[in-house]
Design a protein around this ligand. Structure first.
Ligand code: UDX
Length: 429
């Protein structure tokens, strides 16, 4: 099929590339001229495992191209996907101005029937607004359909999530766009769910809020475990084997972050409020998440006492492993809290150091994780990178003034660490 994706952020770029990979012809549009130039010359603006090879392969095969022109994308395609940012506003509600702008641009370029698909995460009823906008601004007054098709990809696993989705949700107002949408997704061999537009929009916020709830739930259990002398990992394993619960997203730690969960939770609370329901459960999810960070910082100050003039080595800056993304990163939040207490920091992240430099200053960026402990009073693990498990613990012990580790992601085995002579504090065990 001939497809256009407007917006080449995480969602747009990975979606467009995977659509090309299964054989569709894809035009990716972005209004950032520098980004388009970079993509046209074979560069990738984000770190996402497996993406660069796929982009190169599909550009070479002539199935994937990049342009600044929305009009070109609209003219040359049957289905146009909107994948632009929907950032939060100060009151937690969603800024839909990019969506509105793109809807007008698409409307202005339409001269025949098109399917306009919203992939960005948007509040329920946005589809109706997009539809009204296109109708108002389409001079040619041609037929069109608006479809909601939320994206569930996780950063760091985006290519895999796209190529093998758990499900594809397609929200429609009429049957007319269904066959084309099925054709887009048939190569992915995933269950396709056809719903109304409002339900599809709600599914996205409801899914992300539920996952955030799961994390806050296990973090609350971790507090209980610490108080009662139990082990949160054993509890997570024990409850997770119940298929109705599932083990995934039951890792206790310093809380969730990133560009989705915090934003989607606030938005969902706001959306609920707007339709007359106070979603107190989700407010509690947010509260537990920030309390989790405070409790971890307290663990550090309880042990090290005064942080002024202390040096701490921090492993991890990204909001989770396998990404260079530091937006709303708990690791960055933790660093800033430690700095506020007067600590000086040596920090390392396998991928996120460049991006961290714009939000975290007055720290020493260390290239090798095994050098981070030099002259430090303690090490802190802030992101769940697998490679941190390979930290040279004997070397770290020699470099530190005292072998103290605060493991905010439970990467190491407590009994083993204590046997090796570490003062080891983790979460919920
Ligand atoms: C999330 C959703 O998973 C995805 O479906 C949606 O489309 C976008 O939002 P993402 O933000 O990329 O994806 O990351 P995710 O892997 O979900 O992790 C989010 C945060 O939760 C991270 O900070 C991570 O460290 C934290 N987390 C995750 C935990 O603290 N414990 C867990 O068990 C899982």
């Amino acid at each position: 099929m001939k497809l256009t994706i407007i917006g080449t952020g995480y969602v747009g770029l990975v979606t467009g590339t995977c659509f090309a990979e299964v054989g569709h012809h894809v035009i990716c549009v972005d209004n950032d001229a520098a980004k388009v130039k970079l993509l046209q010359s074979g560069g990738i603006p984000i770190y996402e495992p497996g993406l660069e090879e796929l982009v190169k392969k599909n550009v070479a095969a002539g199935r994937l191209s990049f342009t600044n022109s929305t009009a070109e994308g609209v003219k040359k395609s049957d289905v146009i996907f909107i994948a632009v940012p929907t950032p939060p506003q100060p009151d937690g509600s969603v800024d839909l101005s990019f969506i509105e702008r793109v809807a007008r641009d698409i409307a202005g370029a339409m001269t025949e029937y098109k399917i306009v698909v919203d992939k960005s995460t948007v509040p329920v009823k946005t589809g109706e607004k997009v539809s009204e906008t296109i109708k108002r601004y389409c001079k040619a007054q041609v037929d069109f359909d608006v479809v909601s098709n939320p994206e569930f990809l996780r950063e760091g696993f985006a290519v895999g999530d796209l190529m093998k989705p758990d499900r594809v949700v397609i929200g429609v107002r009429s049957q007319r766009p269904v066959a084309a949408m099925k054709e887009v997704y048939t190569p992915f061999n995933a269950p396709i769910i056809i719903t109304d537009i409002n339900s599809a929009e709600l599914i996205k916020h409801a899914a992300n809020s539920f996952l955030a709830l799961k994390i806050s739930y296990i973090n609350a259990i971790s507090i209980l475990c610490e108080a009662a002398g139990a082990n949160v990992e054993q509890v997570a394993h024990g409850i997770g084997l119940d298929e109705r619960i599932g083990r995934r997203f039951l890792n206790a730690g310093i809380g969730f972050g990133g560009s989705c969960f915090p934003k989607d939770l606030s938005a969902f609370i706001k959306i609920s409020e707007q339709v007359g329901y106070e979603f107190k459960l989700l407010k509690e999810v947010q509260r537990i998440n920030s309390e989790q960070m405070e409790r971890f910082v307290k663990k550090i100050t309880d042990t090290l006492w005064v942080l002024k003039d202390k040096k701490i080595g921090v492993l991890g800056l990204a909001f989770k492993q396998n990404t260079d993304d530091v937006r709303m990163s708990p690791a960055i939040d933790l660093c800033q809290r430690l700095q506020k207490e007067g600590a000086s920091l040596r920090v390392h992240d396998p991928k996120a150091m460049d991006k961290a430099k714009s939000v975290l200053s007055n720290v020493t960026y260390v290239d090798d994780m095994n050098d981070v402990a030099e002259d430090c009073d303690a090490i802190v693990i802030a992101t769940e990178w697998d490679e941190f498990k390979k930290l040279d613990l004997d070397r770290a012990k020699k470099l530190l003034s005292h072998p103290i580790m605060f493991d905010g992601r439970n990467l190491f085995d407590r009994a083993e660490m204590e046997k090796r002579g570490w003062v080891y504090k983790s979460v919920g065990r």
